[in-house]
Design a binder for this molecule. Sequence first.
Ligand code: SF4
Length: 700
Amino acid sequence: MGCSTKTTCPYCGVGCGVVATPMPNGRVDIKGDEDHPSNFGKLCSKGAALGETLDLEGRLLSPEINGKAASWDDALDLVAQKFKQTIADYGPDSVAFYVSGQMLTEDYYVANKLMKGFFGSANIDTNSRLCMASSVAGHRRAFGSDTVPGIYEDLELADVIVLVGSNLAWCHPVIYQRIVAAKAIRPNMKVVLVDPRRTMTADIADIHLAVAPDSDVALFNGLLSYISQQGAIDADYVARHTNGLPEALEAAQSLSFEKLVERTGLPAAELSAFYALWTGNEKVVTVYSQGVNQSLSGTDKVNAIINCHLATGRIGRPGMGPFSITGQPNAMGGREVGGLANMLASHMALEEPAHRELVQRFWNAPVIADKPGLKAVEMFDAVADGRIKAIWIMATNPVVSMPDAGAIENALKACPFVVVSDIMGKTDTVRHAHVKLPSLGWGEKDGTVTNSERRISHQKKFLPSPGNAKADWWQMAEVAKRMGFGKAFDYDSTAAIFREYTALTAFENNGKRDLDIGAYAEISDQDYSALKPFQWPAPMRKMQTTQDQRFFANGGFFTVDGKANFVAASEPSESAVKAHYPFTLNTGRIRDHWHTMTRTAKSPRLSAHIAEPFVEIHPSDALKKNIRDADLVCIKNGRSEIIVRALITDRVKQGHIFVPMHFTDQIAANARVDKLVAPATDPISGQPALKNTHVDIAKY
Ligand code: SF4
């Protein structure tokens, strides 16, 4: 048996610690890290099967130019020359990076620095746009910063946990297990699930509110109104630490209780019971995930939830607060280094001239992007209509995962220059690359990630680099050098990048910004290698109690006046959600697969859970459409059609269907569900509405 390495799971935002031990037979033994404070040794099925996904079959192991093996020098020279020429001919906004919450923070930092400070464009966006952009926008509107106030321990301390649009049992299983364990110790703890679909998470719920899709703003506006009627507003907290309650309350009170019942589709008694439970218990945590974020009104949903916590002062104290649980392992780390088209590094704001000047000076950069770049959907629109002429895609598979996935494929086919960095050689996206660059995968690369409770953990290298694969940060730094930016990208390790990034968090900060981990700016290579998981704001705050790990119990928001903002939350106009087809299609994850299955499909054990794509159909709808269990079903709308197997179940409501997001056309012919989804987005966050598409179904 080889040496054991403590590392971090590469899948979801729970960010579990893993102990990986290479075995003499070439396999890798995987166990949960009992010392990791986010999972205490527990792993879910995906994490536990990591050792089954590390073989080299299908890996991209050498650079390729136009389908032929090439040297790194030739490939990097070509990428640098094409990007340089395109910028010279058409300006900096003619190029783009589309990156990923699968990348490590150090990779993300280099990508963001190169695009915003040296190309002079903010055209860098990420698949995290599909995951939590609405939470980021909601946090920034309310708190003045993208700060998650709470920690996982709050879920164990709460008396009421409300899970909104979150199938925690399948999508964040270790957090779910922590709640199950807490509820076993304190059976009086109540769990409420708010979800149109009766997911596996309903098994733990005392109340399941099967709301109408996208009625969350109405639900939480109704709650704010109820809180006010009951005299439960914390007047002292509101007066000292917030602005804008009257306007938010006026918006909240615009729907009568009868209208709320109609809009949410919930029986009046259920609605009243939920409002009484929420208001009557001080220790409430409201968890929200993709059912909130992936919506035309995602940002307003987030703010409608936060409004209720601000109104009652239930934020930043043990067992209470709004809590965004992110989908990807490093969606938070990407946010921290500014890996979104509308953000700067270290949680600074692109629209803020002083922040732009500060970051440009710190980087000693020749330029700095001075306006937001194109968000994911807009970015691929610009590829399609020729405004973007060179794009570099890293560690993600937009031809499967983006809405209107067929149009993304067509856009890449027509793009003059496409670079893809990936670990796999034949994904639906890689096949459209002019230049393919082989990247390091989990266990081969080294760097940090940040999980949903702001905990930074090391993802470590314990396997040799296969073939000619190289780290993403190295690929970008080499291109930067070839474009004449060598001095600013002269990194010899991820530790060097980490030092620079952490120094930026503290640069002229003095408590003005939430993120400050400048204490690590001088960390040695050795200490970086041994870095234990830590949660910011540590170590800048003296951590005497776990209360020091939370934000905002006593105000201290990162707005100009230090007060939080209530937001008058509203729903999208009716014309924006007008339905032309009789069924509402919801998409999401299943328990044992990850994203577009490039890794998890390697494990027969994981595929055995659910072996093929399916559509959940209510029994009454199946009867009407003459569809029986296991029949093939055609799902279509004006955009496209797919064919998947019927699973008849009352987990979905009449008129609603559910299809998993993972399956590619390579795995099951004609099963790419995102071909059906319109590229409609939340107007504030730019996050696509992936959970509310209108379709028809028929037996195939
Ligand atoms: Fe990995 Fe998430 Fe499972 Fe933890 S819960 S083992 S981070 S997939």
